[in-house]
Design a protein around this ligand. Sequence first.
Ligand code: SF4
Ligand code: SF4
Length: 162
Amino acid sequence: MSTSLPDPAAPGAAAPWYAPGLRFRCLGPECGDCCSGKHGPGAVWVNPQEMQALASQLGIPFDAFTRRYVRAIRDRYSLTERANHDCVFYDRERGCTVYAARPSQCRTYPFWSRVMALRASWESEAKACPGIGDPGGTVPAEEIRRALDEDGRRFPEGRPDP
Ligand code: SF4
Ligand code: SF4
C-alpha cells in the first residue's frame, strides 16, 4: 500500500511530527541488522542506474554484474542474498563492501515513507533497527525530508514488499 506524506513546504502545511529531528545513529558495521539475514529473507531493490553504479564500483561489466548479483522478483530486480539471507555485499566484519555505491534503499533507511508515516511506525521500526532512538545522534528534519523525497522518487507508488 502506498503511504504518502504531506509536503511540509506546502502553504499552510502543519509541521511534520518529526520536525524537531529524531534520535538516530547507525550502529554499523557492528550492527548490520538491515543488511544481514537476521530478520529473514528480504529484497534490496535496484534499478538499472543503481546496478550500473555498483558494477562500476566493482570494475566489472554491467552484464556480468547482473548475472552474478541480481535476481528478478516479480517485475522488479533485487540484489541477491546468501543462503543465510545476508545481502550478497554484506561482510559480517566490515559491513557493506559497496558502501559508496549502495542503492537508494540502503542510503535512505530508516527514513522510508512507511516508517515515517507516524511516530508509532517510527518507534515500531526500532525493533528492526537498534540505531533508532540512540542518544548518540540527532538527525535534523531537513535531512529526514531529503531521504523521504529520495524514497518517494525511487518508489512513487510505495516501497514494494519483498
Ligand atoms: S539496522 Fe539500523 S543501526 Fe543497524 S546497521 Fe542498519 S541502519 Fe544501522
Ligand atoms: S548493499 Fe550494502 S548497505 Fe545495502 S543491504 Fe547490501 S550490504 Fe547493506
